[in-house]
Design a protein around this ligand. Sequence first.
Ligand code: ATP
Length: 210
Amino acid sequence: MLEAKNLEFYYQEKQKFNIPDINLAPGEQLLIIGKSGSGKTTVLNMLGGLLKPLNGEIHIDGTSLYSLKGAKLDKFRGKNIGIIFQKPHILSPLTVEENLKLANFFSGKPSEKIDGILKELGIYDKKKSKVTTLSEGEAQRVSIARALANSPKVILADEPTASLDDANAATVVKLLKEQAEKFNAALVIVTHDQRVKDHISNQITMGGLV
Ligand SMILES: Nc1ncnc2c1ncn2[C@@H]1O[C@H](COP(=O)(O)OP(=O)(O)OP(=O)(O)O)[C@@H](O)[C@H]1O
């Protein structure tokens, strides 16, 4: 479902990241750990079609991600990849429901599942609320809901628990795992959060620079 092979990337030539290969079947989960600056977010961005590797290949469901360009890549990402950023990337002037409908609009998929997802994430009662009125934990759950709204084949989460207290962090990890299992999606979480490490045993560590 998600395969990354021989990836190479650097921002400055003498600081090449050492990037392990990744091969995840549908429903498999992976934690990418590593110290600050080791390139975890960089790798996640490559897997999500946001940053082209200098070398190597990423395949998602058989499609070579970077053989797609521009609008085609955007469309593929919208349909197949759900990304949860460290800080919730949701549009604050809009309501929770409007944010989710927007995700469906951009991917061209129907929006009939919104209520179900909000219920499962425990934020259905916030459907008509403006995002600005939500707590951080609620806002993070909205960004998860938005990432899941299109039933993605791959779910990528960058430090999804970083700004959450213990109770919310546990809820968010549990929800991500449950939802990935439900969609039979490959799940990749980047984290240095010990609270997450205990929940997913399949782990790779970003090495130092090569
Ligand atoms: N756009 C960029 N241009 C130049 N250097 C960058 C850019 N983005 C990141 N870097 C550098 O590349 C390195 C890796 O960054 P990255 O965000 O991928 O690491 P990380 O492992 O996710 O770190 P953290 O755990 O602190 O979020 C850092 O030294 C960072 O300063």
